[in-house]
Design a protein around this ligand. Structure first.
Ligand code: TRP
Length: 422
């Protein structure tokens, strides 16, 4: 057995074991310490947030270590993105395969997505797209972005029409990240699936490979869940396969895919990787990110449904300032004297955490870490820096988004050939 095959059977065996052991009640992924990470919930009992090292072990993925970072730099000839270097994209599955292909000048494509459940995207939603843009620029490959309006219709109290509208609105925020129009196809599920025989037939093939028992084991479905939810994972899986996009890949079914996503999406792709060889397709490779914490602390992630936990892409400079000053959990001392004496704790300080996501300058970040830890730098100054930086990022995003016309969105969303040589 190759290393891959071993991994695949353990992926499935792990799920089956869990099914037998727990009969899959709600918290399908809760561990002994109370960390929950699944597509619907991310929660930790620790102020430091989810223990991502443990998660790697539990999910059976691989850590992004120095060796693979060196390899990325070697094959691309470019420095790695700060989100990689700082361990925000921290885990992967079979990234080596993609790097080897790239080194041999063989093609692959990128796939990522978003469930359009609200108009107001926040900073956390931007992270996978910022990173995907870097991947597209660095590897110069086609990108497919799936907007799962059907998923949000099935899971939330929203009409299909509303979910489709949100998909188009979110597409504007995504396009504002700067994706290359000639190499990027964005689609809403309810549009593309009804137009594409290739997508639908691939989906049917996947559906035939996964039993209800397996889906329940992986996702924790209950008897009372509607059957739309139970079949949805096959839709998210389909985009991993080049055969579903004949207009892009000239009908080739053997172009491998790399999926940048937050780690909560991994269950979908464990399922996808398990069935891929049976259908004669490549298993998708994955690169996983951690979550940006909520303003109140790392126990929960930034959430669109709690306005005080998030910085929205529509926030005004004043709103950003107020929210950070009022809510951003501080790892500093209770009084100035105590802070000067004991220093601040960067492991739990939310302003510092946000700087690691958005401040690109390594030297400056390290200086802030040192000065805050020693107590020299007060929380107020840290917040001041963060506020100025986020105000600028959000204002620039708003400016770019304003310039995107309806026609441009329709062009990104038109099934078409992309400029790439296969
Ligand atoms: N299910 C994801 C969400 O709710 C959307 C999604 C679909 C996705 N395909 C993806 C996310 C691939 C990351 C990668 O947001």
């Amino acid at each position: 057995m190759t290393e891959n095959e071993t991994q695949s059977s353990t992926e499935l065996a792990g799920e089956m074991e869990k099914l037998n052991a727990t009969d899959c009640t709600t918290s399908i992924e809760e561990d002994k310490d109370g960390d929950i990470v699944d597509p619907w919930k991310v929660e930790s009992k620790s102020a430091k947030g989810v223990d991502y090292d443990k998660l790697i072990k539990r999910f059976g993925s691989s850590r992004i270590d120095q060796q693979i970072l060196d390899k990325i730099e070697k094959v691309t000839g470019k420095p790695v993105h700060h989100l990689l270097k700082r361990g925000i994209f921290f885990s992967h599955r079979d990234l080596n395969i993609i790097l080897d292909l790239y080194e041999k000048k063989k093609p692959f494509f990128l796939y990522t997505g978003r469930g359009p459940s609200s108009d107001a995207m926040h900073l956390g939603h931007l992270i996978p797209f910022i990173f995907t843009k870097w991947l597209q620029d660095t590897f110069d490959v086609p990108l497919i972005i799936q907007l799962t309006d059907d998923e949000k219709f099935l899971w939330k109290d929203l009409s299909l029409e509303e979910c489709h509208r949100l998909a188009i609105e979110n597409a504007k925020d995504i396009i504002a990240c700067g994706f290359d129009k000639e190499k990027t196809f964005i689609f809403a599920d309810t549009d593309y699936i009804s137009q594409s025989r290739a997508f639908y037939t691939t989906m049917c093939r996947i559906q035939k490979c996964v039993t209800f028992n397996q889906a329940r084991g992986i996702f924790g479905f209950q008897d009372t869940d509607c059957i739309g939810k139970i079949s949805f994972p096959s839709i998210q899986a389909t985009t991993s396969f080049s055969v579903a996009f004949p207009q892009i890949f000239n009908g080739r079914k053997d172009i491998p895919c790399l999926i940048p996503c937050a780690i909560d999406q991994d269950p979908y792709f464990r399922m996808t990787r398990d069935i891929a060889p049976r259908l004669g397709y490549h298993k998708p490779s994955l690169i996983h990110s951690t979550f940006i914490p909520s303003l109140q602390g790392a126990q929960t992630k930034m959430s669109g449904s709690d306005p005080n936990s998030s910085i929205y892409l529509t926030d005004t400079p004043k709103q950003i300032k107020t929210k950070i000053n009022k809510y951003a959990f501080s790892g500093g001392g209770a009084t100035v004297e105590e802070h000067r004496e004991k220093g601040g704790d960067c492991d739990i300080d939310i302003s510092y955490k946000y700087l690691t996501f958005f401040l690109e300058d390594d030297g400056k970040l390290e200086q802030i870490r040192k000065d805050y830890t020693s107590g020299e730098l007060l929380t107020g100054y840290l917040k001041k820096d963060l506020i100025a930086m986020l105000q600028e990022i959000v204002a620039k995003h708003q400016e770019k988004r304003k310039q995107i016309t309806e026609e441009e969105v329709l062009e990104y969303m038109r099934p078409r050939k992309l400029i790439y040589d296969y």
